[in-house]
Design a protein around this ligand. Structure first.
Ligand SMILES: [Cu+2]
Length: 219
């Protein structure tokens, strides 16, 4: 019986190789940080499979999102902001997020903003699931992200790939979460699917600006 113990430990290490690297820097404080960041844990308000026509509405929402700040950043001003984010929109680079017509842009919101974040997976690659975590963990990222990313603002569990049907007849996975961005700082939105953030740089900056700031800080 005792001989099984080392095997279990080895399996655990294989399953979560990055957990140590991305464990919260303040011990078991992850839950506390989440509360201070978001007032409540992120709340999933919708999860569904939608049609191409419904997906086109989300696409349009994403394309008019935010105020452009140069070619790499979008500012979402106001107390209530809606962000539509597409995982691999048609005609955009593989393994990327799109919003505001930009790929993996810096996204800025104001401190205290009530954020509604909608994400849709339009990837037409076979079996291409994507998800999203907004966290203070900085790149570079390991191949497999740990379960305990520090300072998590929002978490959209992995969205399954669209069906292998043609674009217009496929179903698309989408999910919406809401959170409050209480604490100013620089965060990152990351695709947590193993390898996507590492090999394909499927991530971007998410900046919570001090209230009243009209432009997104460069760093
Ligand atoms: Cu991904």
């Amino acid at each position: 019986m005792n001989s099984r113990i080392p095997i279990r430990i080895a399996l655990a290490a294989l399953a979560f190789p990055a957990a140590g690297a991305y464990a919260t820097t303040s011990g078991g404080d992850a839950a506390t940080h989440m509360m201070t960041m978001t007032s409540t844990s992120p709340v999933s308000v919708a999860s569904s499979r939608i049609s191409w026509t419904q997906g086109q509405t989300v696409l349009r929402e994403s394309q008019v999102a935010g105020v452009h700040q140069g070619r790499r950043a979008l500012m979402f001003q106001g107390k209530r902001v809606a962000i539509a984010l597409i995982a691999h929109a048609p005609r955009y680079p593989d393994m990327s997020f799109e919003t505001g017509g930009l790929t993996n842009p810096t996204v800025c919101v104001s401190q205290g903003a009530h954020v509604t974040l909608k994400m849709m997976n339009m990837d037409y690659g076979p079996g291409m699931a994507h998800g999203l975590v907004i966290t203070s963990a900085k790149p570079p990222y390991p191949a497999r992200l740990g379960q305990h990313l520090p300072h998590v603002l929002a978490d959209i569990p992995v969205l399954p790939p669209r069906s292998s049907a043609r674009l217009q007849t496929a179903r698309y996975a989408e999910k919406t979460v809401r959170f409050v961005a209480w604490r100013p700082g620089t965060y990152y939105y990351i695709c947590p699917v193993p390898g996507h953030a590492l090999a394909f740089r499927m991530y971007g900056r998410f900046v919570v600006c001090p209230a009243g700031l009209k432009t997104c800080p460069r760093s």
